[in-house]
Design a protein around this ligand. Structure first.
Ligand code: EPZ
Length: 432
């Protein structure tokens, strides 16, 4: 398993180009199942999770190719295996996004339950309840969801008792080919949901209300193919802006619209950061350091849970103490014990963390536990004095494209090591 080695204490400066959003590309790729015509995708990020989704589609019989411009082409005309096996789903729970499209296109689906993950139980009961309301017969046994619909899904009025991003996306996709109208109440309004709705409309779907909490979908007979564009990854961009701030530098994230980061940027301003924005770029610096700010995660347009760990890393060296409340996932503080190993002063109480800012973190060997927790450890390593080694970086590769290359271009001293070089490194330590 690879590790990432960081020599901290160097300010990061410069520009970094934002990739396409992982959490937009995943549902978009699943949408190719809804049509037997080819779909071409612009700006798909090169990430482990994307590779998993592409493998899943190919496993169903789809023809998937990538051209020399990096555009991904998916043709599911020959797909004939409406399955998502455990071997793939266990590595990426977002595989559940194929369930709605498979049911809508083929009338049946067999999708492995994802199982738990580091940040919480992550059930999919709301996905299943919605599909049953649309006429699916669902049995769950031996770790698999088996779903079948007699002839065609039918429209339904579905009120989510919790806001669920992929639940909204799964049911919105299923409803595009259902007989009649579907209304999704208390729907997620994340930008990635809007990107999916706009893409489905370009394929001939009849959807409105996306971006709000009530989405209306009128089923059509079939969808066309098309050329879809993935929106910018707001979580990636925010992570690099945080890298500039935590290291005392100034980073510009390009190819990103500032309004995708509204709440995050507002909190940064509260923390004393200087935030400048242009048509498709955002620049942040904190010439006078950062002040402690309280945050509470909530569904969009609130503070994104996917930025909680990164924000906490910044608060570890802010002036004063901050209260961070995580309201979306029940166990999304796995980064805390690792940050403590670097000297962070953090007290946990249920879903609340109180962070007492200190002058400087100290580098240490730490372990990545989940995608965004590992990003927060990278940020802490950039700010810390001395060397930080982050193990299990496969977590980072799930959501950050070429992270050490992008951070290296900003001036970070960062390298990826594989176990054998680690061994030499340890030997090196022994000899000198
Ligand atoms: C999406 O996950 C994102 N993943 C997550 O990003 C993100 O953290 C999350 O939304 C919240 O914004 C993708 O889009 C691929 P939810 P999702 O359903 O859809 C509960 C990252 O780091 N719930 O909105 O799985 C659930 O347990 C990842 O990129 C049910 O109880 O999250 C949670 O407490 C991590 N039953 C809450 O709802 C259900 O059927 C919100 O989860 C579904 C969800």
């Amino acid at each position: 398993m690879d590790s990432i080695l960081i020599q901290g204490g160097r300010p990061l400066n410069g520009s970094v180009e934002t990739s396409g959003a992982k959490n937009a590309a995943l549902p978009l790729l699943a949408a190719a199942i809804l049509t037997d015509k080819p779909v071409v995708y612009q700006r798909v990020p090169h990430l482990r999770d994307i590779t998993t989704m592409i493998t899943l589609l190919a496993n169903q019989g789809a023809d998937v190719s990538i051209d020399d411009l990096g555009r991904v082409r998916v043709d599911t005309a020959s797909s004939n295996n409406p399955e998502a096996p455990y071997e793939l789903v266990k590595t990426m729970r977002a595989s559940a996004l194929v369930l709605g499209p498979l049911l809508a296109r083929f009338g049946r689906a067999r999708v492995s339950l994802p199982g738990g993950c580091a940040i919480g139980a992550r059930p999919m009961d709301l996905h299943l309840k919605g599909l049953e309301a649309m006429g699916a017969e669902i049995t769950v046994e031996h770790g698999y969801v088996d779903a079948v619909v007699k002839n065609r899904l039918h429209g339904a009025h579905i009120a989510f008792d919790k806001v669920t991003v992929t639940g909204t996306e799964n049911l919105m996709m299923a409803a595009t080919l259902a007989d009649g109208e579907t209304v999704l109440e208390n729907a997620a309004c994340e930008p990635e949901v809007v990107n999916l709705a706009e893409s489905l409309r370009s394929m001939g779907a009849d959807i409105d209300g996306d971006g709000g909490s009530s989405i209306r979908i009128r089923g059509v007979e079939s969808l066309a193919g098309g050329e879809l564009s993935v929106i910018a990854d707001r979580i990636e961009a925010a992570t690099y802006l945080a890298a500039g701030l935590i290291s005392g530098g100034e980073v510009t994230a390009t190819n990103i619209e500032a309004d995708l980061l509204d709440t995050f940027l507002a909190r940064l301003r509260d923390a004393g950061a200087v935030v400048e924005t242009g048509e498709d770029w955002v620049r942040c610096s904190a010439p006078n350091g950062l002040k402690a700010v309280n945050i509470e995660t909530s569904p969009h347009p609130g503070f994104p849970t996917d930025l909680q760990a990164q924000f906490m890393a910044m608060m570890c060296i802010a002036e004063g103490s901050s209260v961070i409340r995580e309201t979306i996932f029940e166990n999304r503080f796995m980064h805390v014990q690792e940050l403590r190993r670097m000297g962070a002063q953090i007290v946990l109480n249920g879903n609340m963390a109180v962070v007492e800012g200190i002058k400087q973190l100290s580098g240490a060997p730490v372990m990545a536990t989940d995608l965004r927790a590992s990003a927060s450890l990278v940020l802490a390593g950039l700010a810390a004095s001395g060397e930080t080694i982050i193990s299990r970086v496969y977590h980072i590769d799930r959501g950050y494209e070429r992270i050490e290359e992008k951070l290296g271009q900003l001036g970070a001293s960062i390298q990826r090591t594989t176990p054998n070089t680690d061994m030499f490194r340890r030997a090196d330590l022994v000899t000198n």
